[in-house]
Design a protein around this ligand. Structure first.
Ligand code: MN
Length: 241
């Protein structure tokens, strides 16, 4: 017998996010930031920092790479009666940085581009986990929990701070904020993440959501935008039986 290196189960294809104008972005990991807008922290019952000096360290969690949805149809998940939308700026990394070595000044050079996405959340399961001091994985990292729009290279977006992030559900405005309201901006978040993880080309970072999170129902249509430069359109479809 010779040694065999044949895979014993099929290899899953990597998740890819389309890039506006052509090409695709293969996803390696998805990091997410919690409580990065003060008004959302307050609506979730958490304290918001009074100043930058008072903000402590960011809250991070993760989703699996195959939670990305780019087809527009998002199945209503199992095991929840309270699926919440969280519209977020998505940062796509185009370069690597070893763990612990990325300064704030160097961080912008890692960014390939940006998209908008939804950090879909089983809010009822998250509330139960918070009450017991348990991890958020089943509330945040479920299948199809990260609908993401086409990516746009960073140099086509320009300065982020004045840009407005918005979410409309069935045409009604649910969430809206400018990115100057982020408690931790993109270079600061990449610096903080780099203290914990080696960052790699292919990583996505969901930057946190402003106030106005609320429930979605099967049949709802979502339109997430960053001004007129980034967009995501999707529809919540009935759970598959
Ligand atoms: Mn979020």
């Amino acid at each position: 017998m010779t040694a065999s290196f044949d895979d014993v189960v099929p290899v899953a294809a990597p998740t890819r996010v389309p890039v506006l104008g052509g090409g695709t972005f293969p996803v390696r990991r998805i990091y997410c930031v919690g409580r990065n807008f003060a008004d959302h922290a307050r609506e979730m019952g958490a304290e918001a920092p009074a100043s930058k000096a008072d903000r402590g360290t960011p809250v991070f969690f993760a989703k699996p790479a195959d939670a990305i949805v780019t087809t527009g149809d998002v199945p209503y998940p199992t095991a929840t009666r309270e699926l919440h939308h969280e519209v977020e700026l998505v940062v796509a990394l185009g370069r690597d940085a070893p763990a612990g070595e990325l300064s704030v000044d160097e961080a912008s050079a890692l960014v390939y581009g940006y998209g908008v996405g939804l950090d879909l959340t089983r809010r009822d399961l998250q509330a139960a986990a918070k009450a017991k001091g348990l991890p958020w994985d089943v509330a945040k990292g479920f299948d199809a929990s990260a609908p993401t729009g086409e990516l746009v290279p960073a140099d086509a977006i320009g300065e982020l701070a004045p840009r407005r992030l918005s979410l409309r559900v069935n045409g009604e405005l649910r969430q809206s904020a400018t990115l100057d309201q982020l408690i931790w901006d993109v270079p600061e978040i990449l610096h903080e993440l780099s203290k914990l993880f080696a960052l790699r080309a292919g990583d996505l970072v969901f930057m946190g959501t402003p106030a106005g999170v609320a429930a979605l129902q099967p049949g709802d249509t979502c339109e997430a935008t960053l001004d007129d430069v980034l967009a995501l359109h999707c529809r919540i479809t009935p759970a598959s039986l």
